[in-house]
Design a binder for this molecule. Structure first.
Ligand code: AMP
Length: 208
């Protein structure tokens, strides 16, 4: 049995066609079903539906053999303990700084609200900006509006969420896409099954 960890939402929706090409179609829909383990049309493959930030942890400890996670989450987790054989080129977006549209250029000592504490720390350090990082778990956009932070570090896709909150994107930290990650022990123990799957994904991606 191969277990693949995926998070609900954008990544799951974008991963579905890719999985389907490999014959993996979930039997239940996580939007309407509360099951956390989904059987698929392939008897030897199941999906576990978890939070995006938990995907590297499940794969690292071997609770899932494979996982699909954003590069943002992998860097923040510190993913040296995982293989990352494929860029799936899905759920693409940008990790950016953003501030109020009327706020001046960020310099001096600033406060930054984000869930990406490590990435933000190293980004501002590399720019020589003294940044106090405030960890938040969601609704980052609110922080500059209520005086909690001078700017945020968050994922931006269309930019509509920033715009709706009078914020604007400032600097690009990195482009993000979702990657396939593999547990190191599983890569050895289930080598054949995993390499067949990798080849199938590679073929689909090459034809896109
Ligand atoms: P948008 O309004 O299209 O710029 O999307 C921004 C919101 O969606 C923010 O709350 C982001 O954290 C979230 N978001 C954007 N792209 C992604 C992605 N690829 N994966 C997960 N969340 C995302």
């Amino acid at each position: 049995m191969l277990t693949i960890a995926v998070s609900k939402g954008r990544i799951y929706e974008d991963a579905l066609p890719l999985l389907a090409e490999a014959g993996i179609i979930p039997v239940d829909d996580p939007k309407t079903c509360r099951k956390l383990i989904l059987s698929t049309t392939r008897k030897d493959v199941q999906l576990v539906i978890i939070r995006a930030t938990d995907v590297p942890t499940f794969v690292e400890y071997g609770a899932a053999d494979l996982g699909i996670a954003g590069k943002d989450v992998l860097i923040e987790h510190g993913a040296e303990s995982l293989y990352e054989p494929l860029d799936l080129n899905i759920a693409c977006c940008r990790l950016m700084t953003a501030a109020h549209k009327d706020a001046p250029e960020l310099k001096g000592r600033i406060r930054v609200a984000t869930k990406y504490v490590k990435i933000a720390q190293s980004y501002f350090a590399s720019k020589g900006i003294q940044a106090e990082i405030i960890k938040l778990y969601g609704s980052m956009e609110l922080a500059p509006l209520v005086g909690l932070a001078d700017c945020i570090v968050d994922l931006v896709d269309t930019g509509n969420t920033l715009k709706a909150n009078d914020l604007e994107p400032r600097e690009l930290i990195m482009n993000i896409s979702s990657r396939l990650v593999v547990n190191k022990a599983a890569m050895k123990m289930k080598h054949e099954a995993i390499s067949i799957l990798l080849t199938q994904f590679e073929k689909t991606l090459a034809n896109r």
